[in-house]
Write a protein that binds this ligand. Structure first.
Ligand SMILES: [Zn+2]
Ligand SMILES: [Zn+2]
Length: 558
């Protein structure tokens, strides 16, 4: 039993060589010859516990993206290139999945819908890996809480500023995204940038290890709601800052938990902004949540409301009275002239901002800092070492379990309300929403936040850059994932159809074989790459310009 399992050893070697350990098999059919071939695409996981090589590669790409955008001095306005055949056929396949999903929804085959959603996610990753920018379509099941049940009818909400929020100056926003350049007396020019940290308010006095001094008086409810709505607050901050500064300020940053487990955010900002402006905007920024009241928890997880098949509604377990519907609850808020938002999120007083000069070790350190934890789950960022920390994490999680995440969250039942689109299968306290999970600690949204005009490129573009660079070095000229057949490789484009292959399809083969093939390929490929680099170093100057990128982003190991 002490001997290691061979599949584990293979995975270890694969990890060492940067080969994906849970590849996604895609079947590619050559439409001219009818030949099919199964190609392993990397899974593209961003977390180490799923696939360390993919997570590491993703981190390197993010670092490259941040590095490239931070101190740039020209406006990023790239023109798109025409799509390749491979890209078109992947998009066609994506369209087929969309059609099937729609059919499944009509037939109420929910298990199939879930499968198809998973397939759609996978194909979209493949599309991204092919070097296309943006999503084909918005993800399904996205919830926009500003939209009401009846289309066309939009609710009026109070948007009047609260008394305690200072007014901000407003300027017309220029299209500029690049910061100012400063010239010193000797003619040297500087284009400094900024590093900014935004935190949330205090929920009660804490010890150095992040745990509350008095757990009973620590405001877990506010902590949970603040965490859930933190992404919206950040969005507002950037809107307000751009309006106040009058130019299209760009940022790249991350959301991570502090020791006390509340989210905070670090940002690299292109250009400089006076520190007091950043502080004023942070202090003035808030996000109001216009949901029904959660002051009274009317039901517990042990004794929740029950579904009444005949009434097609959730009812009180004792009186069988139907609970208030979502529409009724929102109507009540609209009709009440004194209604207050159920929650208002604001930043805490601690706003750290400092200047960073391009090309310095300080700038590199900041980039590493932004990407430091992205391969880990939020819940694993800080080691839980003491009983006190364990208890703190558990109390926060218990609170998150019963916090409503969206207007469709089953948790509304606990507060005597039927959520929007209520149905029989709701399970309060068991919502699958990301914010409720122990490994997210309320940080359910994107952890890396990069503004649209940061580098003028998406992550997929940066992936594409890496491939283009490697191909240039190896002299591969096709647009495929590997050099085409032995026929001498004219750059002729082949028409291909793609489909997802299932792991048990006869042409897919056992995972161990697939891993071995990929490892061998990668080993050969790495040797070739090293040799090509040596040749490049000895002569051809045209590659040296891009070599810098490659060293940081290339798929070789460090
Ligand atoms: Zn992978
Ligand atoms: Zn939920």
């Amino acid at each position: 039993m002490a001997l290691p399992r061979s599949v584990d050893v293979l995975k270890e070697i694969a990890t060492e060589y940067g080969v994906c350990i849970r590849p996604l098999a895609m079947r590619r059919t050559d439409l001219d010859t009818g030949l099919t071939e199964v190609i392993d695409l990397p899974c593209g996981a961003t977390r180490e516990d799923k696939c360390p090589p993919c997570a590491k590669k993703n981190r390197r790409l993010r670092q490259a993206q941040i590095r490239e955008g931070w101190h740039r001095d020209d406006e990023p306005l790239p023109g798109p290139k025409p799509a390749t055949e491979a890209q078109k056929s992947l998009n066609l396949f994506r369209a087929h999945l969309e059609f099937s999903r729609d059919e499944a929804v009509r037939a109420a085959q929910w298990d199939q819908v879930a499968d198809l959603d998973e397939a759609i996610r996978e194909v979209e990753e493949a599309i991204a890996a092919e070097g296309l920018r943006g999503r084909v379509g918005p993800p399904h099941g996205s919830v926009d809480d500003d939209q009401d049940e009846e289309p066309g009818r939009r609710r009026k909400r109070s948007t009047k500023r609260r008394q305690d929020a200072p007014e901000l100056p407003r300027r017309k926003i220029e299209r500029r995204t690049v910061g100012k350049t400063y010239t010193a007396a000797d003619g040297t020019t500087y284009r400094p940038s900024m590093w900014l940290t935004l935190t949330l308010d205090s929920y009660g006095p804490a010890r150095p290890g992040g745990t509350p001094i008095n757990p009973d008086r620590y405001d877990y409810r506010r902590a949970a709601w603040d965490a859930v709505h933190f992404p919206r607050l950040l969005d507002r901050f950037w809107q307000n800052l751009r309006r106040c500064e009058g130019w299209n300020v760009q940022y790249a940053g991350c959301v991570e938990p502090q020791r006390r487990l509340a989210p905070h955010a670090h940002f690299a900002i292109r250009g400089t902004i006076p520190r007091d402006v950043l502080r004023t905007v942070a202090a003035a920024t808030y996000h109001q949540v216009w949901w029904p009241s959660v002051d009274v928890q009317r039901y517990t997880l042990d004794r929740p409301p029950v579904w009444d098949e005949q009434a097609a509604a959730w009812v009180d377990p004792d009186t069988r009275e139907p609970l208030t519907t979502w529409t009724e609850a929102l109507d009540a808020i609209d009709d009440d002239p004194d209604a207050e938002p159920v929650h208002v999120v604001r930043f805490g007083a601690q706003v750290d901002a400092r200047g960073v000069m391009p090309g310095t070790e300080d700038a590199e350190r900041a980039i590493r800092y932004v990407t430091k934890y992205i391969t880990k789950h939020t819940g694993d960022v800080h080691k839980v070492a003491t009983d006190r920390q364990r208890a703190h994490l558990d109390r926060l999680w218990q609170q998150l379990r019963i916090t409503p995440c969206t207007d469709r969250c089953p948790n509304w039942l606990l507060y005597g309300l039927q959520p929007k689109k209520a149905h029989a299968k709701l399970k309060p306290g068991r919502c699958k929403g990301k914010v409720h999970q122990r490994d997210t600690l309320g940080i359910g949204g994107r952890r890396i936040l990069i503004s649209r005009d940061w580098s003028g490129k998406t992550l997929a573009d940066h992936k594409h850059d890496v491939r283009a660079w490697v191909r240039a070095l190896l002299g591969v000229t096709t647009d495929g994932m590997q050099p085409v057949d032995g026929q001498g490789a004219t750059a002729e484009r082949v028409r291909h159809a793609w489909e997802l292959a299932r792991p048990d399809d006869p042409d897919v083969g056992p995972m161990t074989h697939r891993l071995m093939r990929s490892i061998s390929e990668r080993a050969r490929w790495r040797a070739e790459l090293l040799a090509a680099k040596d040749r490049a170093a000895q002569g051809s100057p045209d590659l040296s310009a891009t070599q810098h990128n490659g060293q940081h982003m290339g798929e070789e190991r460090h």
